[in-house]
Structures are given as C-alpha cells and as structure tokens.
Design a protein around this ligand. Structure first.
Ligand code: MRU
Length: 370
C-alpha cells in the first residue's frame, strides 16, 4: 500500500514484539496516526472500537493479541482467557476465530516459556500469508476485469471499467493489497482504465472515508456515492461489475459482508451486472451451510446510526474529527453491522486459488482437503 509515497502494512511489530503498531482507522481520512498496542486489553479494545477493522486484519491483530497476552502470562488458563476475550470482540468475521485457533494450536503443546515467541512467529506467518493471498486474489480478479472489459461493445472499448464496491475491503481491511480492491490495484497498475463507484457505507462510512482514502492514495479514479445510488447506476449501464469482500462465507457459498451488500447483490442480479466476492481461505467457515440462519450478525451501538463523524469543512486536514447528531433526541436506532447475500446472487468467489462458483461444489473444487 502506498501512503504519501511510503509503502506501509497495516500492522507491524514494535520493540521486538513487546508491542504491535497499527494505523488508527477511526481517524481516517482526516488524520493519519499510528497507535502502539502493548497489552491484551489494548488489543481487544482496538478491535472492538474499530481502530483496526476488516476481517483479515482483525484476525492478524487477534493473533498478535495472543502473543502480547502470553508475554504477560504464558499459562494455560491465561491462554484460554485471552482467546475468549479476543474472540468476543467482534463476532461475525470468522478470520478472528480462525487466527486465534491457529496460534492457540501452535503454542498449547509448548512449555510456557516458549509460547510468546512461538505466537509471535505464527502471527507473523499469518500476516505474511495474508499479503500473499490478497495479492493472488488481485491476479485472479484482474483476469475477470480484463474479460469483462474485452466483452463490452466496440463503442465502449477503451472507456474506463466501472466497478462498484461496498464498505472497505482494501489494504486497510487486510495486511496489504486488500481483497475486493486488490484486482482494482492490479488493473490500475497494468494500465487498464478503471473507475470505482464507492458506496459511502452507512453507518460508519468505511467507503466514503477508508476506500476513498486508499483509492486516492493509489491514484485510482473514484466517485463516492450514497448507498442508495447503486441500483440507479446499474439500471443506466454505469456499472460493469460489482466486487465486495466478505467477513464469513459458508461452505455453500453464502456471503456475509457489511450491511447493505445484499441489496447491491439484488440490484446487480436484476440488472444482469456480475457480482463477485473476493476472499482468502481464512474467511470460509466450513462448519456452516446456511448463512442467513447460522452466521451471528454483530449488533453495534445505535449511536453509530443516530450520529455521524466527520471533519467540518473549514477545519484543516489533521484535526480531530467531530461527531454530530442526525436524529431527534429520543429516537431509537438499530444497527445490524452485516447482512448475508445468498450464494444464488453471487456470480463467483475470487480466492487466492482461483475463481469458484458460489456453491459447496465450487469451493471444494479449490479446497478439496478442507
Ligand atoms: O465492520 P468492518 O469495517 O470491519 O467491515 C468490513 C467489511 O465488511 C469488509 O468488507 C470485510 O471485512 C471484508 S475485508 C477484506
């Protein structure tokens, strides 16, 4: 990822592993600031308050959180307690449980004095693998974009490919590259003209603030739209393809992602617009089949609906964002953070191993051992 000419990852070790550095995503795009997480509690708090967010990044942060916990107390009961504390921070993204289980399985057989170091090595491996998986997703997605661009009528050849995305599934949501945004970066770097419609993604506006920030830093042409505009744009031929990320994908190919994704899939289906979902293997939950019935949907604070955060136009970049109230005093708010798009609405799943049909057969064709 490129932030003002410097290559970054979203998470890194500090002081040889005594702390973990992250970008504070609650301040973006109005202020760029990093934070040092030095304890289990600070890590759990950073995930719960969305200082870090996005399914793959939550997983890696949780893995490092276990490392920090084990540095303090490497005993069995402390390990279990840290696992439970971190796992409870955000219930929908399966990457968190997957990464925590991976570190726990790695360290449990070891004597306590070796556990923190082993957790560090395992968490770093998860981070590196995430980068590699996301880059591979980018390569597979690029080929789909090329095919869609080539299939357009002669009079539209050479025009920018119009891609619509929801929420933020870019480098800020992963360690680097992103999932849904990786093919966009690959296409941009390959010189393919591309333009991104960025759903603002109420209530927390990860599209308007984070995706727009990323695309701007990478020099990708983009336009922020209100969440309700996508269907209209599709009806008027202004969207060539939709691509989103996912926080949990069932073995049958149902896809759980940021609230509002389902409505985009319905609009895409009705208008014959391809709807792709990009995901690394760590986002597949092989234990469940029916996403609507079985995926726990995180309910976040109603205040995220009744209030909104931003920077007053007259205040310079770099200042603290402010919060203003939208609804009348006393109005209730309800804030389910994710929804499920049934597999039948998904054109294809773009994984690090290639593109699969959104079905158990499709996923097993890529992950036979799972
Ligand atoms: O609530 P968030 O911001 O953590 O939600 C993020 C998303 O919904 C992303 O689309 C998803 O995690 C996929 S990230 C590569």
């Amino acid at each position: 990822m490129n932030i003002d000419g410097k290559a970054w990852r979203t998470i890194w070790l500090e002081q040889g592993g005594a702390a973990v550095g992250v970008i504070d995503q609650t301040l973006l795009p109005h202020r760029f600031e990093t934070r040092s997480l030095a304890s289990l509690d600070q890590t759990a708090q950073a995930i719960a308050t969305m200082v870090v967010r996005g399914a793959p990044l939550i997983g890696v942060t949780g893995a490092y959180g276990l490392m920090l916990a084990l540095r303090h107390d490497p005993g069995d009961s402390a390990l279990e307690a840290a696992f439970e504390q971190l796992n409870a921070t955000r219930p929908t993204a399966i990457n968190l449980r997957w990464a925590l289980e991976r570190v726990r399985e790695r360290v449990r057989p070891l004597p306590p004095e070796q556990r923190a170091e082993a957790a560090k090595v395992e968490a770093a491996a998860i981070a590196d693998e995430d980068v590699a998986m996301c880059e591979a997703i980018g390569d597979h997605g690029l080929r789909i974009f090329q095919a869609i661009a080539a299939a357009r009528p002669v009079e539209r050849q050479g025009e920018p490919l119009n891609v619509l995305t929801h929420c933020n599934a870019g480098w800020l949501a992963t360690v680097d590259w992103g999932t849904a945004l990786a093919p966009i970066y690959k296409a941009h770097r390959a010189g393919i003209p591309i333009h991104v419609w960025v759903d603002e993604t109420r209530p927390r506006n990860q599209g308007a603030s984070l995706t727009a920030f990323e695309l701007g830093r990478e020099g990708v042409s983009h336009t922020v739209i209100v969440d309700n505009a996508g269907g209209h744009l599709m009806q008027h031929g202004q969207v060539d393809v939709v691509i989103v990320g996912t926080d949990r994908t069932t073995r049958s190919g149902d896809v759980c992602n940021k609230i509002g994704t389902y409505l985009k899939a319905l609009a895409a289906f009705d208008n014959g617009v391809p709807f792709y979902v990009a995901l690394p293997a760590s986002t597949i939950d092989w234990t469940i089949d029916d996403g609507v019935a079985e995926i726990p949907i995180e309910a976040r604070s109603a205040r995220e609906v009744t209030h909104i955060q931003g920077r007053p136009g007259e205040i310079a970049y770099g200042s603290d964002p402010i919060t203003v109230q939208l609804s009348p005093d006393g109005s209730m708010g309800f804030n389910p953070a994710f929804d499920v798009t049934p597999a039948r609405l998904v054109t294809g799943l773009i994984t690090e191993r290639g593109v699969a049909e959104a079905s158990e057969e499709g996923l097993r064709s890529l992950y036979a051992q799972a």
